[in-house]
Design a protein around this ligand. Sequence first.
Ligand code: NDP
Ligand code: GDR
Length: 399
Amino acid sequence: MSNFEHLVIILWLGLDKLVGKIPLVILISWCYITNFVKTKNKVREGQMKKALITGITGQDGAYIAKLLLEKGYEVYGTYRRLSTPNFWRLEYLGAFEKVNLIPVDLSDFGSIVEALKISQPDEIYHLAAQSFVEASFETPVATGDVTGLSTTRILEAIRQVCPDTKFYFAGSSEMFGKSGLLNGEKPLSEKDMLYPMSPYSAAKLYGYWITKIYREGYGIFAVNGILFNHESPLRGLEFVTRKISNEVAKIVLGLSKELRLGNLDAKRDWGYTPEYVESMWLMLQQKDPDDYVIATGIAHSVREFVEKAFEIVGLDWQKYVKVDKRFFRPLDVPCLIGDYSKAKEKLGWEPKTRFEKLVELMVREDINRWERWLKGERFPWDAPNYPSENKIITRALRM
Ligand code: NDP
Ligand code: GDR
C-alpha cells in the first residue's frame, strides 16, 4: 500500500466510530486489491526486477531474500533436495511463501541452465557453498566442487543464456589467510595478498578469480564481495558465535552444563548480517562491476565473545567452558580484520551494529527461543515443512 493509502486508512479509523465498520472494511479491501493488481501489472510490464539466489535456505540467503522482497523484487531461490526440509530461516523472516523455489543441484549444469531460463533474473546472488571452514578439512574435494567450481558453472550458464544478468559472488575474508598473520593486526583491504589456509578458502579463491575472469574476458557484470564474518540469530549452530549464544542460553535455563570450544585465541571481525546483505545489493547497483571488502574494522577473540556472552547472563564463563581438541583445525587463521574504506567511499556502506550489541542480540534471542520452547511453543525447525506446491517450479511445468 502507498503512504497515501495508509494515511487515508488512519483518517478513516478516526471516523470509524461515527460511521460504523462496513465502509472501513470496504476501503481496506479496495486498497489491497488495487495494490495486488499494481504488483501483477508491474511484473507483466517488466518493471519489477527479478533476482535469483543460490543458497536461499542459508543465513545470508534468507536475509537477502527478505531485503529484495522489501525492495519490490520478484525473488527466486535454488534449493537442494534434503531428506528433511530446511526452510526454517525463510519462515522465521516471513519470506517462506513469498519466494519461488527451483530445485537445483550445483553439480548439475543442466539444472542451473534451467533455473536461469525459468527465472530470467536481472541479478544473481551466488551464495550457496559448503561454508564451514572446519568441514572443508574433512571433505576437501566436495568443498572444491560446491564452493569453487559451481561458480564457473553459473558464470558459464550466464554467458550462454543471459549475459546481461548481474552476478554477485560470495567471496570471503578467509581468502586472505596467512596475510592476516603476516600483516600483524593491520586491517586488510582489497589490495592485500590473498593466501588461503584451508580447502574452503582455496575454493573461494578459485571462485573469486573465475568471477574476475568472466568479468574481464566476457564483459559480464560480475562482482566479488569479500565479506568478513557476519552473524545473526539465524547463523548455523556449528559456527562459533551461534554455538556460544545457543549454549549460554541453554546453560542459564538449566538445559545444558558446559560449552566445548576449540581455539579461544582466534580473532575475527564480526558484523551483523542484515547490514552485510545490503552491501551485496549495493554492489550490483553500481555503474561498473568491482570487488569490495565488507567488515567492521575491529576484531575480537573467541574468548572475548565467550566472556561477553556469559557476562550478559551474569555467569562466570570459566566454570562452564571446556577446551576440546576436536574443535581445533589443522590450520587456523589467527586474526582477520577488514578495512572497509572502499565500500564506504564507493557504496556509501558502513557497519552500524558493534560487537557488544551483536553478542547481546544473539544471546537474548536464543534465551527467548528456549524460554518459549520450554513453555511448549514449537518452531519452524521443530516442524520442517515444504512450501505450498505452487511456489515450487519444476521441469514438468515447462513441458
Ligand atoms: P550457510 O552455511 O548458512 O548457507 C549456505 C547455503 O549453501 C545453504 O543454503 C546451503 O543449503 C547451500 N549449500 C551448501 N552445500 C550445498 C550443496 N552441496 N549444493 C547446493 N547448495 C548447498 O552460509 P551463509 O549464509 O553464512 O553464507 C553465504 C555465503 O557467503 C557462503 O558462500 C559463504 O561461504 C559466504 N560467506 C559467508 C560469510 C559469513 O560470515 N556468513 C563470510 C564470507 C563469505 P542447505 O540449507 O540445503 O544446506
Ligand atoms: P570461520 O567461522 O571459520 O571464521 O568461517 P567459525 O565461526 O567456524 O570460526 C571462527 C573462529 O572460531 C574458532 N573456534 C571455533 N569455531 C567453531 N566453529 N567451533 C568451535 O568450537 C570453535 N572454537 C574456536 C575457529 O577456529 C575460528 O578461528 C566463517 C564462515 O561463515 C565462512 O563461510 C566465512 O567465509 C568466514 O566466516 C569469513
